[in-house]
Design a protein around this ligand. Sequence first.
Ligand SMILES: Cc1ncc(C[n+]2csc(CCOP(=O)(O)OP(=O)(O)O)c2C)c(N)n1
Length: 339
Amino acid sequence: MTMSEAAMVRTEAPVRAEYELQLYYWMKLIRGFEERVSRLHRQNKILGGVYSGAGQEAIVAGICAPLQEGDFVAPLHRDLGVFLMRGVEPKVLMAQLMGKETGLSRGKDSFLHAGDLSRGIMGSTSMLGSSLPVAVGAALKFAIKKENQIAVAFFGEGASSRGDVHEAMNFAAVRKLSVLFVCENNRYAYSTPLEKQMAIDDVADRAQAYGFRGYVCPGNDLLAVLETSERVTQKIRAGEGPALIECKTYRYHGHSEHDPALYRSKDELLKWESRDPIQSFEFYLEKTGQDLRRLREQTDQKVAAILQEAVEFAENSPYPSPQEAMEDLYATPVDGRRS
Ligand SMILES: Cc1ncc(C[n+]2csc(CCOP(=O)(O)OP(=O)(O)O)c2C)c(N)n1
């Protein structure tokens, strides 16, 4: 069963249990992928920077789970899990990260600006917050064409202090567009702690100023994120206009793999690691009667096999030919002429 099929029938109890197991698998796959990429980065096999989202998997899984085919997503630089959950094959994503011809941009870029418009995944630019107006534009298209899809824009609390973010939220509210803004508040924007760039506690409070609802939820708690995103996406799809979900979380690694994150204490990291999204969800699954040891073993084996295949595929893929540098630079005119 695909994620969106499961989402449609998720209210029936046995299906719901199956759905939760699938989300467990997704979180494990995303964590495994993140950790493998960090290792490959140390082996100098990854093109460009690596911005690990380890520790933030419950947000990606919980927000993406109720999405449907045709919805639009604008992920953050830390969201490779969004690519996986929206259907990009792990091996293609790995090839993208290694700059290989078989990757999404056929070797022209690192992960940072990767996108896949065939799956409604917007590639971000380096400017923080710049993808939010694009997501709002996608929602404007849905409104004009009377399509019942939604656009999801992920951003960090650091980006929330940027002008683009405010313009995007204001416009989305004025036009009552179907946009879900998702703030992954991991307490640091590079080395800048929350308190040094925001005079309020919750980014979600900002929504009210534009005329829509902001929700705060514990971002390491998959069930809490899921419950909020299911409820809120339903409202958005029903035409109630935009909403903001702020998920409180923490990134385990530094801003990127070259950042040892000496600006935060070991104690702080330890506290957040003790609220690990995967372990917390395992605790829940065990309480619901799952044989956790078996489940963990099976899932780890499945994830390891997928990752192995992805790495082998990417490593064995060629780098692009020089000619490739001249391809896909401009949109092909409708009549097919290039001049
Ligand atoms: C407009 C702009 N300013 C600064 C930067 C440099 N920069 C890249 S990521 C980052 C921190 C982002 O923090 P946040 O938005 O909270 O997301 P996080 O990385 O914590 O997930 C900064 C300052 C940038 N890319 N764009």
